[in-house]
Structures are given as C-alpha cells and as structure tokens.
Write a protein that binds this ligand. Structure first.
Ligand code: ATP
Ligand code: MG
Length: 390
C-alpha cells in the first residue's frame, strides 16, 4: 500500500504574499531532514504540503519522527493513498486505521471533496465509510462532537487520501526565515532551552561557550557539544565558538572584589559574545537567564550586564520557573545531558556573598580594575575555536 505524509503549516498562513517563499524554505528544510531516510517528492497544495516517498519501502515511521522536529509544521498526518473509487475506499479505510480504531470507543468520518467530479458528495462518502467501519468494529459508536478518532477521506485530483490521527508538529517558523542570533551556551539546563526557543522562531544559531581550562574540563566541553546536538536536531547546523576564558577569569579573581566576581565575569562575557556575534553576522545575543534565579540574574545584575552587549539580548526563559524550563529541556531530550555534574566557568570562582543589587556605575568601576582588559579580550577572541555541530 502506498502512503504519503500531509503537512499542515500553520503560522505561514499569516505571511500573505511571502507565503510561497516561506513554504519553499520549509520544503528545503524537510528535504534536508529526510535525506538520510530516502528520496521524497514535495507538492504544495492549499495550506498543506504533501510529502511522497519515491520508494514504497521507505521507513515512514522514521520519516514522521524526523518531520516532527522541523519548525514551521503544525500538524502531520500519515495517509494511505487509494484509487478514487468508493468501494476501494470503504475497503481500505477500516484496514488502514485498524490500530487506531481498535482502541477507540468513538469515531467520526469527515470527507473533503476537492475533486467535484467524484460521483458521491461529502455526506454520502461519510455514510459509506462510516458504515464500513461500523460493520468491521461493531463496538464503536459514532460521536460527531468529540470523537476519539476522526477518519478523514480527501478526494484530491489524482487520488483519495485516508488518514486518522493528526500528530502535532514542532510549530514555530521554518529555520532560516528569521536571521541569525548568537547563543551563550553553558552546560546547564537553561541556555539550551533558550537556544531552542529562538530557533523555533525561525532564526539560525551561532553559539559561544566560554571555557576555563584547567578549572573546567574537556568533559564539560563535550557536554556542550552534545547539548547543541540536541538543539541542532531542530535548528539545523550550529557554528560553535569555544572561547578561552581562563586568563580573564583569573584576572577578575585577582583584581576585583569577590562580591562582584560573577557580575564582572558576565559583563566580560557579553563583550566577547558581542564581538563574535558581530563578526558572524548575528543580530542579537541569547542567554538562558531567568529573573531572580541566582544572584547574577536579579534585575539589578541584569542591568549591569546588559549594558555591555552591543545588540539586543533575548532571554526567552526570563519569566519561566525552573520546572517550566525543565519541561522543555526534557522535551528536546537535553535534560539528562544538562544534569551531568561537570564544572562550568560560572561555578569555578563563585563568591560566597555575591552582591545582589549592584549598580552599573559600581560595576564599571570594578571592571576598570582589570589591567589590560582590551588586550585580554582580544586574546580570548583570537583564541576562539570553531566546531560545527550538525
Ligand atoms: P544555564 O542553565 O544556562 O547554565 P544558569 O541558570 O546556570 O543557566 P548562569 O550560570 O548564571 O545561569 O548563566 C546565565 C547565562 O549565562 C546562561 O544561561 C548562559 O546563557 C550564559 N553562560 C553562563 N556560563 C556560560 C559559559 N560558560 N559560556 C557561555 N555562556 C554562559
Ligand atoms: Mg549555568
């Protein structure tokens, strides 16, 4: 039996005249995602895209699973392709949807007749198909208001499609329609989630990670690679720059008051990230900060760090509680990696009593205690190493 996948692209409908170019990008992204599974043909039709395998032996489970990680898709339905003949349709529908129908108590049939030349109208199609399902599964009841399974029959130009449950897509906008941002990624729970959330809005990601060997280990860097791998399953390729941060961090420890270690470190991080973001053509920075979560994330501290960024800083987790962030982290399969216990540079020289209400004036004064800051920033920037995460 031949199967295809029907893709519903939700928010693209809002794009008016740009719709077609957004859809083209979505199709390109789907093609890329499905390349390891096989060859597919794509066709745009109204607010759906049909995805048809070139080969009937294609692993459709794998294809659907991969498409669920493509942004810009709202719903995914796997369909049986049937000849446009009502007997063939009534035979195939109960058989194709057997698994869904066996465990349901109620169902309904809807019909869409794009081909107006088909001899039966929509209510007649529903009647025929509904009757065939009832005689095969006599325990089922029809419920037109809240059915557990909706069987849809679509009569299109070339064939009839039969489908059951619609799976949820990843939502958002297709990757590559929204420009590029620079994600500051640690090995924690929040920043991978922040990257995922921006990627969901169609932007491409460049990532920056600050490493402080020997205080931080290679395992911590591997963890960041793995985390970005999980995000990249949705966002596509990520360019990661790992920046040597030890010299700056030690200079902060040796020259600044302990209560300001973290804020000063974060100011310097913002400056370096801005340098890399500019160089890589990014329009904004992204962090995993959540208001009040730790001393460096109070409003006062954020005001002190924000002024060091030369571009907008997006903090998609800012209003979320930890458990809400964890929920997304689990959804993208990042959580188990994030909780591995390696040191991040943020946890290396943690002050015992960080100042929770620093002022920008004081923060600037403290930062000015660093000797040769510009040179250190330049050395760190020059030492950045690129790794491509696919
Ligand atoms: P996360 O869970 O993302 O580590 P966090 O709650 O532990 O966040 P902090 O450690 O204070 O918070 O870091 C706040 C934000 O600063 C992080 O979300 C991340 O965007 C950025 N950041 C922290 N450490 C690093 C690092 N080593 N490299 C790059 N960015 C970092
Ligand atoms: Mg952290």
């Amino acid at each position: 039996m031949k199967e295809i996948i029907l893709i519903k692209d939700g928010e693209l409908a809002l794009k008016g005249l740009n719709r077609s170019s957004f859809e083209d990008i979505l199709i390109k992204n789907m093609k890329e995602k499905l390349r390891p599974v096989g060859e597919f043909r794509f066709r745009k039709a109204q607010s759906t895209v049909t995805v048809e395998p070139a080969d009937e032996d294609t692993d459709m489970d794998e294809a659907v699973e991969r498409l669920q990680k493509v942004f810009g898709i709202v719903g995914i339905s796997r369909c049986a392709v049937c000849e446009k003949d009502i007997d063939a349709i009534t035979r195939l529908a109960p058989e194709y949807l057997e698994d869904d129908l066996l465990c349901a108590r109620t169902f309904k049939v809807t019909a869409k007749r794009a081909d107006k030349k088909f001899p039966l109208n929509s209510p007649q199609i529903c009647n025929e198909v509904g009757g065939a399902i009832l005689s095969r599964f006599p325990r089922l009841k029809v419920d037109v208001h809240e059915p557990e399974v909706t069987v849809t029959v679509e009569i299109r130009d070339t064939a009839a499609y039969i489908h059951g449950r619609q799976l949820k897509g990843a939502g958002g906008m297709p990757s590559g329609t929204g420009g590029r941002v620079c994600l500051l990624i640690s090995g924690g729970i929040d920043s991978p989630v922040a990257g995922y959330m921006l990627a969901k809005r169609g932007v491409r990601l460049t990532a920056v990670h600050f490493a402080s060997p020997p205080y931080t280990s290679e395992l911590a860097e591997m963890k960041v690679h793995e985390l970005l791998g999980r995000v990249a399953e949705y966002s596509g390729r990520i360019n990661l720059f790992t920046v040597p941060f030890t010299e700056l961090q030690v200079a902060i420890k040796d020259n600044c008051p302990e209560e300001m270690f973290t804020v000063t470190m974060r100011r310097v991080m913002m400056k370096l990230a801005t340098k890399i973001a500019d160089w890589q053509g990014c329009s904004a920075l992204v962090t995993g900060e959540s208001l009040g979560q730790v001393a460096s994330q109070t409003l006062h501290a954020i005001k002190c760090t924000d002024e060091c960024a030369g571009m907008p800083v997006f903090r998609p987790c800012i209003g979320m509680d930890k458990n809400e962030i964890v929920e997304i982290s689990r959804k993208i399969d990042a959580f188990d990696i994030s909780i591995r216990p390696y040191e991040d540079c943020c946890t290396v020289f943690t002050p015992r009593h960080p100042r929770t209400r620093p002022t920008p004036e004081y923060a600037r004064e403290v930062e000015a205690m660093l000797p040769n800051e510009e040179e250190m920033l330049q050395r760190a920037f020059d030492g950045a190493k690129l790794k491509i995460i696919e």
